[in-house]
Design a protein around this ligand. Structure first.
Ligand code: C2E
Ligand code: MG
Ligand code: MG
Ligand code: MG
Length: 286
């Protein structure tokens, strides 16, 4: 029987696996076409201080297909990573972010970089070429990498990170706490910021404050001289708890949804006006 043929083999005989494979192949084909036709877009989500003032934005890839509708990055990014299409997506998002950054002064623009890109020879050269082409400055950007990228811990990855830093980029560890990066990694690599994964923000409550993972990450970052951003802040209660824990940068639907580049300037002005010159979080929000 097919099942006895061993793992990975019998899958071919299961009709539902066949359907899943066809679905995946179709998605891959459409993604490839979308990339070739330059139809992926970029949305920007604000990163704010405790008053809600926008300090920076994160560039997030968006794919909207005429027939399929909006396809989540949670679906197409892993697909792109397993098919090598991520390199082309990464270039296109970074190029777009470079051009868009020219319209904002003083906003730090964060761009996601997948582990695969980082370990590809020539990646840093490409980044330099795009900077030259667009006239954007490396110092205006922060590159977000995941713990997985560091786990490879090859000389190639380490050297790529050094070069990126020398160009003037800042580096963040994304989704921090969900992977396996040890303290040693944090000290070995030139990381500037930890982004506390959404899962540690969503389970925050006033009662769990003291023993919270978010609190532990904030203290860890402080002792290592790193910045922190809390991801996925959705409620005022989460926000208030994070402020008490000493968090100084926030990202999430409470502070702002991902939006088109054109909407950022207006959101920025609205937030500045709302915050005023000297108000603090507790005064503004109670
Ligand atoms: P990420 O880098 O951790 O980005 C944050 C994700 O959380 C985004 O999802 C954002 O829309 C979502 N988010 C922000 N605030 C909230 C909130 O308050 N609640 C909830 N439930 N979600 C929130 P998105 O845009 O779907 O992207 C998912 C992931 O796909 C990203 O996670 C990132 O890992 C990857 N990704 C997106 N764009 C790119 C890209 O250009 N290159 C690479 N390599 N990866 C990308
Ligand atoms: Mg990110
Ligand atoms: Mg993240
Ligand atoms: Mg995340």
């Amino acid at each position: 029987r097919a099942k006895e043929a061993g793992r990975g083999r019998y899958c071919f005989f299961e009709p539902e696996m066949d359907a899943a494979l066809r679905l995946r192949k179709g998605l891959e084909r459409d993604l490839r076409t979308a990339i070739e036709q330059d139809r992926l877009t970029v949305a920007y989500q604000p990163l704010t201080d405790a008053r809600g003032v926008i300090l920076g934005v994160e560039a997030l890839a968006r794919w909207s297909d005429a027939e399929r509708g909006d396809i989540s990055p949670a679906l197409f990014i892993p697909l792109a990573e397993s098919t090598g299409l991520i390199a082309a997506i990464g270039r296109s998002v970074f190029r777009r972010a470079c051009y868009d950054s020219l319209r904002w002064s003083g906003l730090e623009v964060s761009v996601n970089v997948s582990a695969l890109q980082l370990s590809t020879p020539g990646f840093v050269d490409e980044i330099e070429e795009i900077l030259a082409e667009t006239g954007a400055q490396a110092s205006g950007f922060l590159l977000e990498i995941t713990e997985t990228a560091l786990l490879k811990d090859s000389d190639g990855v380490h050297e790529a990170l050094r070069r990126i830093k020398r160009l003037g980029f800042r580096l963040a560890l994304d989704d921090f706490g969900t992977g396996y990066a040890s303290l040693a990694y944090l000290r070995r690599h030139p990381i500037d910021k930890l982004k506390i994964d959404r899962s540690f923000v969503s389970n925050l409550s006033a009662e769990s404050e003291a023993g919270s993972v978010a609190g532990a990450i904030i203290s860890l970052a402080k002792s290592l001289g790193l910045k922190t951003t809390a991801e996925g802040v959705e409620t005022q209660a989460q926000f208030d708890t994070l402020v008490k824990l000493g968090c100084i940068e926030f990202q999430g639907f409470l502070l702002g949804r991902p939006m088109p580049a054109e909407a950022i300037a207006a959101a920025r002005e609205a937030r500045l006006a709302a915050a005023g010159p000297s108000k603090v979080a507790s005064r503004q929000r109670r």
